[in-house]
Design a protein around this ligand. Sequence first.
Ligand SMILES: [Zn+2]
Length: 329
Amino acid sequence: MAVVESVRGPVDLGRLGQTLMHEHVFVLSTEHMQNYGSTWWDEEARVADAIAKLNALYAKGIHTIVDPTVWGLGRYIPRIQRIAAATPVNIIVATGLYVYEELPQQYAYRGPGLLIDMPDPMVTDFSGDITDGIADTGVKAAFLKCCMETAEPTPGVERIARAIARTHLQTGAPITVHTSGPHQGGRTAVRIFTEEGVDLSKVVIGHAGDSNDLDYLTELADSGVLLGMDRFGLDLFNPGAERIKTIAALASRGYAPSMVLAHDANCFIDYFGAAHDMARAAAPNWHYEHISDDVLPALLAAGVTQAQLDTMMIENPVRYFTPASGGAA
Ligand SMILES: [Zn+2]
């Protein structure tokens, strides 16, 4: 049986079980936290809280979360290792870059044809995270992440997307791309990845579920990608009832094999500073258990079959992480 790397090491794909394909443990800016976080960041309390939330999720039958927290969202694997050691939930981590516009200076001057003319250091760094492990943790990234927030990417965002594609070709690792539903960034991602020769069946168009435009969604799915119906609880981007209607419509047209589910939730996010509890109150369903408690029953009531739910929650994640024949990942 093929395996996928998790924070605790390789896991048989047959043991992933019900999988949420886009959840963060923490979203943090390290500099923000280190300089301004004394009123709202308590390392021990946050780690204990994350363990409790993941254990509660496990009790609901979710055995795996796929965490696309990369540079730009505060990836720090030693903290995640402490949590993974204290919960049975498999946590699958990523490499890549989360930026909407600006390429980090650390990659701006190094690369083919640049001041320091050398192979693209992004490909080198991302590949190393997948094949050798992240920093000195021994934890290997199992997938790649980048962003396509606008339909017309900046040169920096396009360079990142192409570096992600080239790392995918070198390693076989699948890709999740953050996109904007209103700007339909998924279409641009599909174009760039197609130009680079990416296996589109190994791509999740993240946040596709913020759109209810069935023409856009079926166009993406027909290209072979998976649609990330992955922001349940974030009603401000698309109300839950609309998300459910869209998934039911797609499932009735035979697109269950093209969808994966998640909340894009977290145990803590620092976007709200000391007001984080107010943000929780404003989006009360934005937590790990909303799909198990509310969304799956609502999808069944909307005509989605249990077999289609299993396809979205179990089979599609396994297919995404199954190495292509001969693939290195
Ligand atoms: Zn996310």
